[in-house]
Ligand binder design. Structure first.
Ligand code: MRU
Length: 347
C-alpha cells in the first residue's frame, strides 16, 4: 500500500483510511458491500468529492462480487439497489453521481455477459476510475502550477488534497506540482469549521510532504489579506454548475468575497467530473445539512450548551463572478461562464 492512500483495494475488500481519526491515528476500515461503503461515505470516513466518487464505484463493484452467485435477474436488481443506496449517501458532491453513472454505463454494455464476468468488469471499472483520478489531478497540477510564482503565500480552505482524491489532490495537487517544479510556496490553511478538514487533514497532509503550512482560524483570513500576507487563494470544488458557480466547503464563499475585496486571485481546481452541465446555476445545487453535533462539539467533546438551536449547512456557493480561474485537466479557464464551460466540455 502506498503511504496513507485514501482507498486501498485489498483482494476482496475495500480499505478506507478513516479520515475522522486523523491526524491522531492512521487506521483503515475494511468494507465489503455497497451499503457499508455508503455508510462510510455518510459518516465521513472518506470525504472529498473525487474520493467519494472512487469509493462509490468500488461500492458497486463490491456488491457485484458479493452477489455474483445469484441468478442474473436477482443480481441486476441487487446492483440497481446498491447504486440507489450509494446515491443517497451525500447530496452535494457531483462526483458521486458521476462515478455511479460510469458504473451504470459499464453495466449497460455487459448486460448479456455471465454474471461473474460482469462483476470482474465492474471491479476493473472502479480501478480505472481511481487510477484516472490521479492522472487527472497531475494534469490539473501541471496547468495550475503555471499560475503560482516562486515565493507565493497561498490560502486554502477545507482539504482538497490527496486525502480528498485518489492521490495528489486538486487544489493541493496544484500546490504539489508547483513545489515539484521548484517553486517555494507557503500555504495558509483555514482550519475549516465545523469538521476541521483544514486543521486535521490539510495541515497533516502538507507536513507529511514537508510543504510549509501555517494553520489559521477561519476568521483570521481577512486580517492576513488586509496585512498583505496572502497572495492568492486556491480551493477545490464539490460541484461546478453550468454557469461556473462553485459549490465547495462552507466558508469558501466568505473567502472568495474577501479575496475580491483585497484584489487577490481566487482559483478553483476541479476535474471535469466535478462540472455538472445539468445544473444551470449554483442556486440549484443541493446543499447538505449535517448533524448539529458537528457544530456543538467534535468527537466526544461538547462546548455549546445542550439543546441550543443549530444550523449546519456544510457547503456554500461562490458565484462565478468571484472566480478568477477554473483549473481543470484540460487547462485553465479564466473568468468561467456558461459559454466557456460549454466549450471546455465540448473539447
Ligand atoms: O465535506 P467534505 O469534507 O467531503 O467536503 C470536501 C470539500 O469541500 C472539498 O473542498 C472538495 O470536495 C474538493 S476535494 C478535491
Amino acid at each position: 500500500m502506498n503511504k496513507n492512500n485514501t482507498l486501498h483495494w485489498n483482494g476482496n475488500t475495500l480499505e478506507m483510511l478513516d479520515q475522522r481519526a486523523l491526524p491522531s491515528r492512521i487506521a483503515y476500515i475494511a468494507y465489503d458491500s455497497a451499503a457499508s461503503v455508503a455508510d462510510g461515505i455518510q459518516r465521513m470516513v472518506v470525504r472529498g468529492a473525487p474520493a467519494i466518487g472512487c469509493a462509490a464505484a468500488y461500492g458497486v463493484a463490491l456488491e457485484a462480487l458479493r452477489l455474483r452467485h445469484l441468478p442474473r435477474d436477482a443480481f441486476l436488481a441487487g446492483l440497481a439497489q446498491a447504486i440507489a443506496i450509494l446515491a443517497a449517501s451525500r447530496p452535494t458532491a457531483v462526483n458521486l453521481f458521476w462515478a455511479l453513472e460510469r458504473m451504470r454505463a459499464a453495466l449497460g454494455t455487459l448486460h448479456a455477459s455471465p454474471v461473474a464476468q460482469i462483476a470482474d468488469a465492474l471491479l476493473a471499472e472502479a480501478r480505472a476510475i481511481t487510477a484516472e483520478d490521479v492522472r487527472l489531478n497531475r494534469a490539473m497540477g501541471t496547468h495550475g502550477a503555471t499560475l503560482l510564482c516562486d515565493g507565493m503565500r497561498v490560502l486554502t480552505h477545507c482539504n482538497a488534497g490527496a486525502l480528498a482524491t485518489a492521490g495528489h489532490g486538486t487544489a493541493l495537487g496544484v500546490i504539489r506540482s508547483a513545489v515539484e517544479a521548484g517553486k517555494r510556496i507557503h500555504i495558509y490553511a483555514d482550519e475549516t469549521r465545523p469538521f476541521l478538514q483544514g486543521a486535521r487533514l490539510t495541515a497533516w497532509e502538507l507536513m507529511q510532504d514537508n510543504i510549509p503550512v501555517t494553520l489559521i482560524a477561519d476568521n483570521a483570513a481577512g486580517l492576513l489579506m488586509r496585512q498583505g500576507e496572502i497572495d492568492a487563494v486556491i480551493v477545490g470544488a464539490d460541484r461546478v454548475a453550468a454557469n461556473g458557480d462553485v459549490a465547495n466547503k462552507i466558508g469558501t464563499y466568505s473567502v472568495a468575497v474577501l479575496a475580491r475585496r483585497h484584489g487577490l486571485p481566487f482559483y478553483v481546481a476541479a476535474p471535469l467530473s466535478t462540472i455538472d452541465a445539468n445544473t444551470a446555476s449554483g442556486d440549484a445545487i443541493p446543499i447538505e445539512e449535517r448533524a448539529a453535533a458537528e457544530v456543538t462539539g467534535y468527537g466526544d467533546t461538547r462546548w455549546a450548551p445542550a439543546g441550543v438551536a443549530v444550523r449546519n449547512p456544510v457547503f456554500d456557493v461562490t458565484p462565478a463572478e468571484l472566480v478568477t480561474a477554473l483549473i481543470t485537466e484540460r487547462g485553465v479557464v479564466f473568468a468561467p461562464d456558461f459559454e466557456k464551460i460549454r466549450l471546455l466540455l465540448a473539447n
